[in-house]
Design a protein around this ligand. Structure first.
Ligand code: FMN
Length: 257
């Protein structure tokens, strides 16, 4: 693809640079480029399988390429990848289908979406529900419901468990399993979310940075037996099993990868 004079050599879906608010500096992806992206996702899935991963999550949130395509705020294309909902979500469907041809049916496929752009006129929860209805029959098993990350003037209303309503609604309206994430820090929060069927899985990030052994501590406080690193067994509750490393060769020999 020829370089545009003065352009940063980034490829996006449309020639928009949000920071400069001017339609210059980026090259719109050609159809050939889009085909290449879809193939690259599929070959990455194949490599993940060969490396022994058991779960795959497609990143389609936080302003990454698939999100840029499905949001009307960033997608200003005029071809079959832009305009209508059907067109803006085409890339997501193509990527899921291509990955599923590489990633076996018996292994779970997750997708992280931004359930809303937190901006008027942008991507929202209703569209997320429709997208998930389309992706489920193509082989998505679980939707990881995050939000935002596309535009600088988003207005996020954050607080404890602030994204739980997204996973709850998507789960309820589509019948697809969901994960929730964002400002979930205590085992009581996790238990309530799961008990009230507001998500099938709770994901945590920053609390694990503050307290990397959070799962071990929570399990101990709840009297729930889980495996510990073998070298830490002397600190574990009595009869805790030792954690076993994943043995890729054994999995391969059993045909499980
Ligand atoms: C250091 C750090 C790095 C992160 N990197 C990513 C990332 O690469 N991709 C992503 O989707 N989210 C990333 N996140 C966001 C987390 O996945 C998660 O959605 C967010 O932190 C909210 O959950 P929490 O309140 O439990 O931290 C990152 C968060 C932190 C703190």
């Amino acid at each position: 693809m020829p370089a545009v004079k003065g352009a940063r050599r980034n490829h996006g879906l449309v020639p928009v640079n949000f920071r400069r608010k001017k339609a210059r500096g980026f090259l719109a992806l050609s159809k050939e480029g889009i085909r290449g992206v879809v193939e690259a996702f599929a070959s990455a899935a194949r490599r993940a399988l060969d490396a022994g991963f058991q779960v795959l999550e497609i990143h389609s949130a936080h302003g990454y390429l698939i999100h840029e395509f499905y949001s009307p705020l960033s997608n200003q294309r005029t071809d079959e990848y832009g305009g209508s909902f059907e067109n803006r979500t085409r890339l997501a469907r193509e990527i899921v289908s291509a990955i599923r041809r590489q990633w076996p049916e018996r292994l779970p496929l997750f997708i992280r979406i931004s359930a809303t752009d937190w901006k008027e006129g942008g991507w929202d929860l209703d569209q997320s529900v429709e997208l998930v209805k389309q992706l489920a029959p193509l082989g998505v098993d679980l939707v990881d419901c995050s939000s935002a990350g596309l535009v600088p003037d988003q207005k996020i209303i954050a607080g404890p468990g602030f994204q739980v309503p997204f996973s709850e609604r998507i789960r309820r309206d589509t019948g697809v399993m969901t994960a929730t994430v964002g400002l979930i820090e205590t085992k009581e929060q996790v238990a309530e979310i799961l008990a009230k069927n507001r998500a099938d899985l709770v994901l945590m990030a920053r609390e694990f940075l503050r307290d990397p052994y959070w799962p071990l501590r929570a399990a101990r406080e709840l009297g729930y037996k889980i495996s510990w690193p073998a070298q830490y067994l002397r600190a574990a509750p009595p009869d805790s099993p030792a954690r076993k490393p994943l043995d890729v060769e054994t999995l391969k020999a059993k045909g499980m990868n």
